[in-house]
Write a protein that binds this ligand. Sequence first.
Ligand code: ZN
Length: 120
Amino acid sequence: MRDLDELFSKLAESSFRRRFRLREPELSYFRRRGMETIRDHAAEFIEKRLAPANPAKDGKQTPYRNHPVFVAQHATGTCCRSCLQKWHNIPKGRELNVAEKQYIVAVLERWLLTENSCYQ
Ligand SMILES: [Zn+2]
């Protein structure tokens, strides 16, 4: 897990990560449902798709669109266990712990709120 300010400045230097932006329909979905609900969705996705020691289809488990959290995951390197290891120093091959899951939700929330405020 990394310091969030440091992480977000590194993400801003990545031309690949920077390409992911919240667009329609993800933006209006985010606004309609609100941060609290979206945070619950994020926690569910993490639990099902990232938390197991060996997640199903790891590396391909996160779609590129249709939910704001999916876009946020690609933008923040929280899309699969390899990216979690590379960007967040969270080792592969073991189950995520509670602190790590909360950290990922915090990363996603920060990205989503920043992204949302860019379009006001
Ligand atoms: Zn990935």
